[in-house]
Design a protein around this ligand. Sequence first.
Ligand code: S3P
Length: 180
Amino acid sequence: MQRLFLVGFMGCGKSSFGRRLAARLGWEFVDTDAEVERRAGMSVAEIFAVHGEERFRELEREVVDELCVTDGALSRQIVALGGGTVCRQGVMERLNGAGTTVYLRMPPSRLVRRMSAAGRARRPKIAGMDDAELRAFIENALPEREKWYKKANFVVECGGASDGSVLRMLLQHIDNQNIK
Ligand code: S3P
């Protein structure tokens, strides 16, 4: 299967690692948030503000549905999923059937450090939060969300690993699984 799905909490680097990985492998890079924005013709923050979260979740579902029916044999893709996309019955199972899933697991302190004020502002669920508020939000949401993330085929423990080593771990997984 030539498709890798990256899942995990907001800020863990699904898009940035995904883009670097795709560039390294010469594969296509797909970001579900960007795909939702393209279809709606507005940013994620605007979708939440104008139509509400439920509409955003519907658009996410449509994007996932289409990704999963595309013929995997033809698509060499790295797909970065939004942090909440997989936190619903059946989504991880669908992704596991359509490719290889990897959970980028990162401690709350590092997630907080990785999300700048601008990065928070474009994510409506955490917009305007200071470090303490964001940390409390993550510590509250992560245990529930990990129930979904941990259904991934692999967990990459990012812990204190440098970005370079996380990228190497991801490449290693691709090599070991023969998904090249
Ligand atoms: C969300 C995560 C965001 C984006 C939206 C909601 C979430 O994606 O889909 O702001 O509920 O976790 P990233 O995980 O790429 O930040």
